[in-house]
Structure formats: C-alpha cells, structure tokens
Design a protein around this ligand. Structure first.
Ligand code: IVH
Length: 718
C-alpha cells in the first residue's frame, strides 16, 4: 500500500500517542488542528471535502486520544471543543435561540450501561426505579433548525458552529418533507432534525451529474449538504432532499411531557419522523433495539451511523441539563469499528513521567478502518496475561506472546487496541512475555504496589526517562508553556553536560549558568545570539505564574489540570498549600480532612499530593523551583449573571429534591463555586436534614445558612 493511503492529510494515526514525545505530540496537535479546521471548512462551507467522513472521524478521534495522553498540550483552538465550522460567506447568519449541540458517543454495551448508571446517579434514582428512553436511528445527514412563528415557517438555519448557523430558508422551503404552515402549533416553535438524501436519490443525482459533466458527490451526506447549501434555491429544488424531525429548540409553550409524545406531536404537525423510534425500558431494551436497527441498516435506503438514546421524560431531561457541548440526557451509540488480524512482532516498554512501565505492541502494519496501524497499547502486565483492569478475565484468559496473531481494533478512541489472539496460530517458538522487574531506562527496581495494575520504576529523579518526561510535562502548554522551550529542547538540555537541566529549577538558573559557561547556548547548533536571549527572556517572563499552573506543572500523579485548579482555588497561595501539606498525614488529622473535603479531591489524589510534597528529594526539587518563582495567588472566579454567580457555596446534610451531583452541576452552571468544606470564604451553606459539624462551623463563622427550598427559591428553581 502506498504511503498516501496510510496517511491522512499528512498525519499517520497509526502511531500510538503513548509512543510519542511531547514535541512530536505538540507538532501533531498543531497539524491536526489545521487539517480538521480545513476539513470542517470544506465540509460545512465548501461541500467538496478532501477528507472522507471516516478519515475525518479518525483524525478527530486521534486528536482526542493525543489530548488524553498529553492534556497539557491541548490547544486553545482544539478541534475537540468545536462543534462545526464558522458560516460561509454568501448566506446570512442566524443566531440560534437555543444552541444546537452535538452528542457524546457510546461504542459498546458497557458504555450504554454506564450512560444509564450515570443518569441514575445524577438523578438519585435506584437501579430498579423505572427510567424510560427513546431509541432511534442516528441519521447521517446535516442538522437543520426550522423556526415557525404563528404556525408559519419563517426561517431555516444550519447548525454552523452551534451558536450561529446559515440562513437557508429559501432552500429549506423546497424540501417537501418540511411543512410551510402548521395547525395548532405554539406561537414560537423551532423544529430540528436531519436533512438527508436517500441512496436511490443519491445514485440518480450522481448519474445525472456525470452525464452533465458536473462533479459527483462522495456520499449521500455530502450530496445533501451540497444541495442544501446552494446559493440558488432552484438548484436545491431540483435535488431530492428529505428531512426527519427528531428534536426542537425554542418553544413558546411546551409541546409534550415526554420525548416520545413530542415526536408524535411533530408527526401530527406533518413532519416525517423515523418509524424506528421506540420507547425502551432500560439498557437491555435499548441494546435489543440497537441490534434490530443494526440488522435493518442495509435495507433502510438511507445512511445511519448509530442509534441515539434519549431520556423520555422531558422533566428529567431538563434536570439532567448539559455539559459544555453535549446533553447529559442523550447519547449516540455508534456502529462498531472494523477489526483486522496481524502479527505481534515485539513488545516494548516505555517509562512515563510517574515511572509507569507501559508495554506497547509493535505490530506488522495492517489497515483497520482505512488507517494503517503499527502500534497498539497493551496497558500493563496483567493485560498481556489476559487479566483486565478490575482483575477480571479478558480474552477468555488467553495471554499474548510475541509472534502471536492478534486482532486489532480502533473503536471509539483512536488508540489501537488488541481485541483477541488466535491461539491456534501461535508459533512453536513463542514464549510468554516476561515483564521486566527493573526499569529498562535506569536499572532501578520496578515494583507493583498492592492494588496498582501498573509496575513503576522506583528510580524517581535519578531515572533519566522519568526526569525527562517530568521536564517535558513541566514545559507543556497547560504548565509553564515557555516560548522556545518545548519537549525537544528540554530533552537536549537534560543530556547536555554544560546546560545540565536536570530538574525544573535548572531552567530558571540557565541564564546565569550559561553566562559562566565556556560553551554557551548561543554557539550551539540551531541557536544564535538572538534566540538564546529570547529564550532567557521567555523563561524570566514565566517566573510570575499562577498557583494552579505551578501545581499542575509538578506532574504529581493523579493531579491533572482540573485537580490543580481545584487545589489552587482551595488553598489560594503556595504558602498556604505547602503549610497544609507539611501538616498533613495520610488518612488522619485536620489537614487531611480539609484536603479530602474539597469537591473533586479524593483520597487517592490527596495521598499522592502529600506523598510527593513530603518526599525529601522531591520536595527539595520543588522548593528550589519555588525559590525561583513569583507564584500568583488564585481567587475564585467571579461572574455576575445570576444571584449566586461568584459565590462560594457548600451543601451539607441530606438533599431531598436532588442528588449532590445535580445540585453541584446546577450551582456551577449558575457561576457559583461549590466547596466541600465551610470556611470564612463560604458565602452560603445549604443545609439539609442531618447537617452536623458544617452547620455548626457556619454558625460560628456567621456564614449565611439556608435550607434546600430556600436555595431553590434563590436560584429560581422552586
Ligand atoms: S438529537 C442535543 N437525534 O447527530 C442534541 N441527533 O452527533 C440533539 N443526529 O447534531 C440531537 N440523528 O445532527 C439527534 N435521531 C437523532 C439524530 C441526531 C442524527 C445528528 C445531529 C446532531 C449529531 C450529533
């Protein structure tokens, strides 16, 4: 296979993120942002995509997998945070009254079970409480929002970037599935659904196009998009577009109490609704319907790429609300990815920042879903033996040997994984993989602690692999993000005997040390007077840095970007944080209680932070760094859009009308900061029955204390 067939837009998604250096990942993320941005532009505005839908999905998921592996390198303009593309020139803009969102995805039965579990947990419903969903095909077209005022179609808009779409009213009027007027409809009604083209119409259109010497379309979705987005509506009128209604935006009066009843209502108004839409009683029922639709897929006559599940009760949908770009009450269960067999050629061990020894499968290159895969993650030593993350048997207990035939897949996330092994094809000379018990990088003992699936190098800072990975993390985008000092440079500086950047503090002494060195940075390959000076200046610029970035940059296990932000908001200053960690002991005492009472901080993270800060060598390195910095205090963010915006609130006791998760999500969506413990900074304590020490502390501190009903009244939810 030629190289171009393996690589999409110059990017090879077969390279496992776990095998990349930070520099390579950063470069890839940049190229992915460009390629996906261009593809979005083409797809949404030019209708002649250079990338197939499958390739687009592959790149998008590869981008997400890279971000998961390198959270510090996630870009501000990350394609993951973008729903679509800005509108094209030529169409008027329409600001959606209610945002048009996308759906999160489920890729297997377990994801569907998790979806149900999470909803129950959020709503405080027991496992046996009835909870109905609708299940319906996910139509592979483009979404459209139709606005009716006083029962007359006045506007049709594409999704655009979710906030603002294109005004395609004249074109939408040519689609026969779209009623121009309604009877007995609310004064304001926005109907949303999917514009698509049937297979038969698509084939006929392409045949006509070929005959007329015009361009043909790659698939029905592109044909539908290209046809809807014609500046001349007479062209759209000549294209056979169809429309399924499945949702709504702004409505002046609620149209129903259930999703299913709302769909019936849409059908009664004359919209086409999908007749495979069905109410299901729980995950088992959903999966049965999914399999039925999967069976029917080939005969439907139009493209679908999964099944969408939605909570049927609209009052529950409202309570569940939204994450940043997706509703909590719905999910798209995608049809499965392709599988392929190949040979496991070798197993390499990589040592990460926290010392984790990660096995990586090197595979004989094989095409899976249009992409050549040559590496796959093997997670940890148990996984190789046929034992899963919770000690359960996987692959019916079959282990993996070098030389085996393995089945590779690229479901959901892009990181290729091994699904199975064919024991009948195992070569005679295959030997079980012996996982090293010494670090391949520094020779220190590599041990597995009780309850940890991962074996770790105990070399700490003496392990060059760990030290370099720590430095790379330190200079990452969400950490110090020093201009001109990326993963490549810190790695080179680490190994350079004169520059000798062995730990983060050494970065900040570099200018002074370089001045004393004979072999100066400016005289090295790739450097000059200006670039060296610029680097030293960029480093100095970063001495003043907010606490959350410092905490994240330390690369403490279990402390990600959001964990660091939570700790920073709680402690406010480096001095307060360090003093608390000095005073803390794991599992007991006031400092420990305070730490784990923070929302978002569990015992595992708390213990990890204390262990790191109290480990003498580690602490010396941290203190040396802090001595070079001017760490900025962090305050709670303030907004003024709601009565509780910018306020710090604490929930205690039993909440009777919602779960903690729901209460927290609601408060945060109103701009409040939810804390787990009462302090002088607390603005409001919401105390339910059984409130104990927190209520007393609030009373002592004079903190306003209200009950759940008063809270609901305050935020307008009563
Ligand atoms: S519901 C709040 N139902 O899939 C989300 N979407 O990946 C409302 N889609 O933007 C969407 N079939 O364009 C919904 N039966 C269906 C769908 C469907 C296709 C599309 C829609 C949406 C995208 C999300």
């Amino acid at each position: 296979m030629a190289a171009k067939d393996r690589v999409i837009a110059g990017i090879d998604p077969g390279v496992a993120p776990s095998t990349l250096t930070d520099a390579a990942a950063q470069d890839l993320l940049e190229r992915l942002a460009t390629a996906l941005g261009q593809a979005n532009q083409d797809y949404h505005t030019a209708d002649s995509p250079a990338l197939s839908d499958a390739d687009y999905d592959v790149l998008k998921r590869y981008n997400a997998a890279l971000e998961a592996q390198f959270p510090a390198l996630k870009r501000i303009d990350s394609p993951s945070d973008q729903v679509g593309a800005p509108v094209a020139d030529g169409f008027g803009k329409v600001k959606h009254a209610v945002r048009m969102l996308s759906l999160s995805n489920a890729f297997d039965d377990e994801d569907v079970q998790d979806f149900d579990d999470q909803i129950r947990k959020f709503l405080g419903l027991g496992a046996d409480a009835p909870l109905a969903y609708t299940a319906e095909p996910k139509i592979d077209g483009l979404s459209l929002s139709l606005r009716y005022e006083n029962s007359v179609l006045i506007q049709a808009a594409t999704r655009g970037d979710g906030e603002t779409g294109e005004n395609v009213t004249d074109n939408a009027r040519t689609i026969s599935d779209i009623p121009q007027t309604l009877t007995d409809a609310p004064d304001v009604l926005e109907v949303r659904g999917e514009v698509y083209m049937s297979h038969a119409d698509f084939d006929a259109l392409n045949a006509r196009q070929t005959e007329a010497g015009g361009k043909t379309f790659a698939n029905p979705r592109n044909a539908a998009a290209g046809s809807l987005r014609q500046l001349d509506p007479t062209i759209t009128a000549a294209r056979p577009l169809k429309f399924f209604a499945y949702a709504w935006g702004e409505v002046s009066t609620p149209i129903a109490d259930q999703q299913s009843a709302a769909i019936d209502k849409l059908a009664a108004w004359g919209f086409s609704t999908n007749d495979l839409t069905q109410v299901c009683e729980g995950p088992d029922d959903l999966l049965t319907h999914y399999r039925k639709i999967e069976q029917l897929r080939a005969e439907l006559g139009y493209d679908i790429d999964g099944v969408v599940y939605k909570v049927d009760d609209l009052a529950l949908q409202r309570r569940l609300g939204f994450r940043s770009t997706t509703p909590r009450w719905a999910i798209a269960h995608k049809f499965p990815a392709e599988l392929a067999w190949t040979r496991l050629e070798s197993i390499d061990i990589q040592v990460g920042r926290t010392g984790a020894l990660s096995p990586v499968a090197r595979l004989q290159p094989v095409t899976v879903g249009g992409v050549v895969v040559s590496n796959a993650t093997l997670h940890n030593e148990d996984y190789i033996k046929g034992i899963g993350g919770n000690g359960e048997v996987i692959r019916e207990g079959r282990d993996l040997c070098v030389g085996d035939w393995v089945q590779v897949y690229r479901a959901g996330d892009v990181i290729p994984k091994i699904k199975d092994v064919d024991p009948t094809k195992r070569p005679d000379d295959a030997v079980p993989f012996v996982f090293p018990d010494v670090c391949p990088e520094c020779g220190s003992a590599a041990i597995r602690e009780d309850g940890d699936a991962v074996r770790r190098c105990t070399g700490g800072l003496i392990c060059p692999a760990q030290a370099v990975e720590k430095l790379k993390h330190f200079v990452g985008r969400a950490a110090f993000d020093i201009e001109g000092l990326g993963a490549k440079q810190v790695e080179a500086f680490y190994h350079d005997p004169d520059l000798s950047v062995k730990q983060p503090a050494d970065i900040f002494t570099l200018r002074a040390r370089d001045a004393d060195n004979l072999a100066k940075l400016k005289n090295r390959d790739g450097w000059g007077e200006t670039s060296a000076k610029n680097l030293f200046d960029a480093i100095d610029d970063r001495r003043r840095i907010p606490l959350n970035r410092v905490l994240f940059s330390l690369g403490i296990r279990h402390v990600g970007e959001s964990g660091a932000a939570i700790l920073a908001r709680h402690y406010g200053s480096w001095a307060a944080f360090a003093a608390a960690m000095d005073a803390a002991s794991i599992g007991e005492g006031a400092a420990w209680d305070d730490l784990i009472s923070i929302d978002g901080v569990g015992a595992v993270m708390a213990a990890s932070v204390i262990t790191t800060l109290q480990q003498p060598a580690e602490r010396a390195s941290i203190d040396a760094l802090i001595a070079e910095l001017d760490v900025q205090d962090v305050a709670a963010p303030a907004t003024d859009s709601s009565p509780v915006a910018g306020k710090t609130v604490v929930f205690t006791g039993t909440l009777e009308k919602m779960t903690r998760a729901e209460a927290k999500a609601r408060a945060e969506s109103l701009g409040a900061k939810v804390s787990g413990s009462v302090s002088a900074k607390t603005d409001i304590l919401i105390a339910g029955p059984g409130a104990g020490s927190k209520a007393k502390k609030a009373a002592d501190l004079g903190v306003e204390t209200i009950d759940e009903d008063a809270w609901l009244t305050l935020i307008g939810d009563a």
